[in-house]
Design a protein around this ligand. Structure first.
Ligand SMILES: C[S@@+](CC[C@H](N)C(=O)[O-])C[C@H]1O[C@@H](n2cnc3c(N)ncnc32)[C@H](O)[C@@H]1O
Length: 280
């Protein structure tokens, strides 16, 4: 079943929004001295060489991170994310884009911990190799849904769980909400960030209503559309964050107009920032 490989898509516009949001959440979490746990249920390989043949098959990064690095006047709020991207290339000496584990490892501190789950027989060994010298990191070659339930609540009682499946199965859209409900039941104060692709708008309308019905607090949705919805493919993608830091909506909203301008491919490019569940 595991046919998806993130290396084909690394650095595309969806990655840019996802990793920027993750960076902003972690920037908030590390402001307090208490350590935290980062859980990545679907970690991928950790980082991706953009010069590699696999990344250049469709060269999606060309309409993603490559555009961003060329663009003028990024908003202040995006500077740290861009620094993380540049640090990844600087560390390896070739053009490399950081995956979510690398972004998290860069943002977190010596006393924080990372639990990375990856099942793919080719990507799991790459993930292990990429983090073998980082003593904060534990890689689990296990199902990320099952493992994240076992990992929560963390001893630290603070943390972010990123849920980033490939949506190869349509039921994933329903399953992710049920999964976050189960995680939230175990650890009600944790931050949960879900990535989703938009290929068919009706699926996202349903996803949003399921979140609204779930009874979470402070749940924010951020979505970036890069081209018209009647063209084939993933025309938009988004992040839904449960227990979002209070700074997150303002931060992401500052960046979304610029991201839309830089990453938009036609006049239908647009964005959304919506509060799905408010503070109760
Ligand atoms: C969208 S990619 C992850 C990208 C990564 N989070 C990032 O932003 O850099 C999804 C990954 O999940 C892996 N995967 C699929 N099903 C899984 C499962 N049940 N448990 C853990 N990993 C899984 C796939 O092999 C793939 O590498």
């Amino acid at each position: 079943m595991l046919s998806y490989r993130h290396a084909y898509h690394a650095g595309n516009s969806a990655d840019v929004l996802k990793h920027f949001v993750i960076e902003r959440i972690l920037d908030y979490l590390v402001k307090k001295p208490k350590p935290c746990l980062y859980v990545d249920t679907h970690a991928g390989a950790g980082r991706y060489a953009l010069g590699a043949a696999i990344a250049n098959k469709t060269a999606e990064y060309q309409s993603g991170i490559a555009q961003l690095l060329r663009a003028d006047s990024p908003p202040e709020v995006m500077q740290q994310y861009l620094q993380v991207v540049k640090a990844c290339t600087a560390q390896t000496g070739e053009w490399v884009y950081p995956g979510s584990p690398w972004v998290a490892a860069h943002c977190l501190r010596a006393n924080d911990r990372l639990a990375l789950c990856e099942l793919h027989p080719q990507d799991a060994p790459l993930l292990i190799e990429n983090f073998k010298r980082d003593r904060r990191v534990k890689v689990y070659c296990e199902d990320g849904f099952t493992k994240s339930l076992a990992l929560l609540p963390p001893a630290q009682r603070r943390g972010l769980t990123v849920i980033d499946p490939s949506y190869e199965i349509k039921t994933d859209y329903d399953n992710v909400v049920e999964h976050i409900k189960a995680l939230h039941k175990r650890f009600a104060t944790g931050v949960y960030a879900l990535w989703y692709p938009v290929v068919e708008a009706a699926r996202i309308t349903r996803l949003e209503s399921r979140f609204k019905q779930a009874g979470f607090q402070n749940t924010q949705l951020f979505e970036l559309q890069t081209y018209a919805s009647d063209k084939p493919g993933m025309y938009a993608s988004g992040m839904i964050v449960v227990n979002a830091p209070w700074t997150l909506k303002a931060d992401v909203t500052l960046a979304l107009p610029w991201l839309t301008q830089v990453l938009g491919q036609d006049s239908h490019a647009t964005y959304r920032a919506v509060t799905l569940c408010g503070e109760s």
